[in-house]
Design a protein around this ligand. Structure first.
Ligand code: DON
Length: 565
């Protein structure tokens, strides 16, 4: 191994323990880390420092993003991945923006009713656990395409940190140790070949290595796309599929390609919102939510007041109902993007809004809402030139399908559950859908991931996004409003407690402690059902300040860290 890489790694590990840069106490801090020109905010201190090291040696935001994506697959395998997919929103220093869709797709052998029994009933957990839950992974192709178009450093230098971390090892945080210990049983049930590290009892601070994964990254480093979609890695993946009667074939891997797409753009007052189009619902839904509330005096209502939460909820109810009906992969279904993102349409939808009365959601049935929120991960990067990257990437559930490509050391997603497996039947996030998001070969399942970049008066203002399934959209929505309407710093906006509603089930969820007894009572009197829960979202964001500096907002709900220079 090259000496420079060892030095880099030593620095990374040192940084990861350096609490002066950490944001452990973010619930009380008013501002996040302030830097002169560059910032990386991710869900894991080591990944943040990998990104910073790439920027410090002259890499741009896309270079850093590639290195962060791969490092997260090693140090944060809850969600960081090469066996999953995601979305990138990119805005360069001149204000030109694009998006990259590296979402998973359904294998060619997938079909509409593949999770139903002969009587047409959903077979429990078939779309969530095991080999049939897996969509064709997109992350490696996504990173390759992003690098081809915008990268400046050699590919090998961006993959190397992941190899080093996986080979030399790194200390596990408490959260990760608990996560590994929690999934051991389901790994045992679903796999016959699992790298030994997944079977140990882990404690905070133990050093973990991922040697099979390191070999996979060596192939990705040396052979690029072919290092994952062909040759040994592909063979291991297909063998795993055959063993567990999964559907992914070599043809599926050959046919997988990420897609550059025009962003969904809209304005809110003098802010420009640049965000993700389908197959994510996130960008359209965020646009609709903002257009629904733009004409109201939010500031006067007060942050998390009963009137504010009521208004946000009423907008959410209408927008998530549209999501269920109209949103899906636009390469397969004619999504009425233009109409859904027209201000007049959303204003009209709010005509039935009553300032003190809840509009009951049509009761089609309600879902089981997944309460954890660290199974997807978002990171935000701004480089010294002012180029910005927002990436949200996922395996879907924590550790995805729990299927490990043992010989290649990586975990496969369970993204197929994001399709509507039967009209009106809620997925693991309680989201319902129908025709627009029905399963078809080669189709991409609908997402809620909402990587977003915001401009203010034409200049870069914010880079943000979140994990959290259905709550991603509302987490981004509230974080934006916290800055735009309530003048919060980036850190305050990230820290502020959140609420969430999604049409079905017909409830307002709120983070424990987010609302006072009085506010809860008022909302109940308006006719809302209230449900307190744990964390909602985990936003990692960057804000460009008026003095030209940057403020990082790392979410204290996780191990997240902002670093920069
Ligand atoms: O794409 C989506 O919307 C989901 N697969 C995201 C899953 C997620 O955020 C899980 N984390 N809580």
């Amino acid at each position: 191994m090259q000496k420079s890489i060892l030095t880099l790694l030593a620095t990374l590990l040192l940084f990861s323990c350096n609490t002066t840069e950490s944001s452990k106490n973010n619930y009380v801090s008013k501002t996040g880390l302030i830097t002169e020109k560059a910032m990386v905010v991710t869900a894991h201190p080591i990944a943040s420092n990998v990104g910073k090291a790439i920027l410090a040696k002259g890499g741009n935001a896309v270079d850093a993003a590639v290195a962060v994506q791969f490092s997260l697959a090693v140090v944060f395998p809850f969600a960081g991945n090469i066996g999953g997919g995601g979305f990138m929103v990119y805005r360069n220093k001149d204000g030109n923006a694009t998006t990259l869709d590296f979402r998973e797709m359904a294998p060619a052998k997938a079909h509409r009713d593949m999770y139903l029994d002969s009587a047409g009933n959903v077979i429990k957990d078939l779309s969530i656990r095991g080999h049939l839950a897996v969509g064709v992974p997109g992350s490696v192709d996504g990173m390759i395409e992003a690098h081809k178009k915008y990268g400046s450093l050699p590919w090998a230098e961006l993959v190397q940190p992941a190899i080093d971390l996986a080979t030399i090892g790194f200390p596990v945080t408490k959260r990760e140790a608990d996560g590994f210990n929690r999934i051991r049983e389901s790994l045992e049930q679903l796999n016959t070949i699992v790298p030994t590290q997944f079977f140990k009892e882990w404690n905070e601070g133990d050093t973990i290595t991922h040697l099979e994964l390191a070999s996979t990254f060596v192939r990705i480093r040396d052979e690029g796309r072919a290092g994952f979609y062909e040759g040994e890695t592909a063979q291991f993946l297909i063998e795993e599929m055959e063993r567990g009667e999964g559907l992914i074939s070599q043809e599926d891997l050959d046919n997988y390609h990420s897609i550059w797409r025009n962003p969904v753009t809209s304005s809110y007052k003098n802010y420009n919102i640049i965000t993700m189009p389908p197959p994510s619902s996130g960008g359209i839904a965020l646009t609709q939510l903002l257009q629904s509330v733009e004409s109201f005096d939010l500031k006067n209502m007060g942050h998390n007041s009963a009137n504010y939460v009521h208004l946000l909820t009423e907008a959410e109810r209408r927008v998530y109902a549209d999501r269920a009906e109209y949103l899906g992969d636009m390469d397969f279904y004619n999504v009425p993007i233009k109409q859904l993102t027209t201000p007049a349409y959303n204003k009209e939808r709010m005509e039935s809004y009553h300032p003190s009365k809840a509009t009951p959601s049509d009761s089609i049935g309600s879902g089981n809402i997944l309460l954890e929120s660290d199974q997807t991960t978002h990171f935000s990067i701004v480089d010294a030139e002012g180029n910005a990257v927002a990436i949200t990437t996922t395996l879907n559930g924590a550790f995805g399908s729990r299927v490990v490509v043992g010989k290649a050391g990586f975990i496969l997603n369970n993204e197929m559950d994001d399709f509507s497996i039967k009209p009106g039947v809620p997925n693991m996030f309680g989201l319902v859908g129908g025709e627009a998001n029905a399963i078809a070969p080669g189709k991409r399942m609908l997402s809620s991931m909402t990587p977003t970049i915001v401009e203010h008066n034409g200049k870069l203002l914010m880079v943000l996004g979140s994990p959290g399934g259905a709550t991603i959209i509302t987490s981004v929505y509230q974080t934006f409003l916290n800055v735009a309407e309530f003048d919060m710093t980036m850190q305050e906006a990230v820290n502020a407690q959140r609420t969430h509603s999604q049409w079905l089930p017909d409830v307002i969820m709120y983070e424990r402690g987010a609302l006072s007894e009085e506010v809860i009572k008022k909302l109940e009197d308006m006719g809302h059902k209230m449900l307190d829960r744990g964390n909602i979202g985990r936003v990692d964001a960057v804000k460009a300040l008026e003095n030209g500096k940057l403020e990082g907002g790392a979410d204290p709900r996780g191990d997240d860290l902002a670093v920069g220079f």
